[in-house]
Design a protein around this ligand. Sequence first.
Ligand SMILES: Cc1cc2nc3c(=O)[nH]c(=O)nc-3n(C[C@H](O)[C@H](O)[C@H](O)COP(=O)(O)O)c2cc1C
Ligand code: SF4
Length: 409
Amino acid sequence: MRNLVFSPIKLRNVELKNRFCVQPLEGNDANNDGSPSIQTTDRYIRWTKGKWALIFVEATSISLSEESKSRIKQLVLNKKNKRKFKNFVEKIKEKNNILLLIQLNYGGRYSLKPTISYHHPFYDKIIRLDYTYPVINEAKVNSIFENFIECAIIAQDVGFDGVDIKCCHGNFIIDYIRPANKNKTFEEKVCLFIKTLKEIRENTKKDFIIGSRISFFEGTPEGFGTGKNPNDLSQLEWSQPQDLIRKLKEIPVDFINETVGIPYIMPHLTRPSFKDENPQKYIFFHYKLTKKVKKELLGNTKTIDLKTLVKKKNGIYSTNKGNNETILVIGSAYTFEGKKILQIADKQIKNKEVDIIGFGRQALADPYLPLKLEDGELSRINYCITCNKCAKMLHKGHQSKCAVYSNKQ
Ligand SMILES: Cc1cc2nc3c(=O)[nH]c(=O)nc-3n(C[C@H](O)[C@H](O)[C@H](O)COP(=O)(O)O)c2cc1C
Ligand code: SF4
């Protein structure tokens, strides 16, 4: 029996040929106008050759302004560079049966010029903001959300299959909706996010894929999904994430991409490393949350019956009953599993704890992972050692790449 991770699954109207996904990975190597450079394009071409069925284009700023951009050489999508993005998408999709989604982002608190909608002693201190630093007004907040809609329409025009509206890692949307922002009620804040997604749905084609990557737990004072006890911020508070998932289900979105934390503050939560005291604890935490999201969407968890897998003419296996779930759940932080990945992924897919297996650093360390696994060339895989040097390069404002293996690619 072939591994379940190689079985196809339907995302909106498209069949993904396997469950391997490249998570958004900022390269910080765009041209000055925010369009993809030769290096950016080469990175994505390597992933298409590696047979990843779903590829997210890294966090792309919805505006060229320093209030939105987090890095000087971050990708920016706008009307002016549409043609260049169109060429990029055509090159990546040329002859490749892959699904290409783009993550749209507004940096907010973590942009080159911090943009905040409220003051909070903890979050201000992290980025060394004085209490007198200006706060944006409601009109500006509304215009940022509108900008997401305009940019999603541009993404469709240039040929992307869909968008991920980034609500994670401390950037604008998650910063806005977390309990620390007391300007509005949770309902009012989330309503803006949901309205934005609904308007993207209404203003794009029927097949256009819509979803969001969400930090379901922040582990910071008055953080999203975080318990109220200031002396123990490790406790999960599920009612607000649960409420958000229910609202996303009503739209409905097509996928939810799990993540946790704010990597600028607690990188061990977002991307566990061998250097951490107990990395396995954080990895299990990701799995637990992914499972909770899946359960929330499914109701009762059922397992995939392996006997229902049928071999198709093209050699790949499929569930003959089809897939009746409409919102797919993408899991994160699998890199640490290294050689155990097929085993872990199969178990979770079988138990309906996740639909798609998302890789961050492992996709940088070896862009050909799915191809090598499929061909049984296990000894040729460059396993990520989770040193996090790639992330350090990014946070220092350099181009990010795998510091260990990039010369071998
Ligand atoms: C260099 C680098 C760039 C990243 N860029 C993004 C990004 O643009 N958007 C995002 O949501 N996450 C980003 N991440 C986080 C990854 O997508 C992923 O969640 C994280 O690395 C944990 O997964 P892993 O254990 O498979 O690496 C980045 C991580 C790294 C190391
Ligand atoms: S630098 Fe390479 S080996 Fe180190 S964490 Fe990044 S991808 Fe993995």
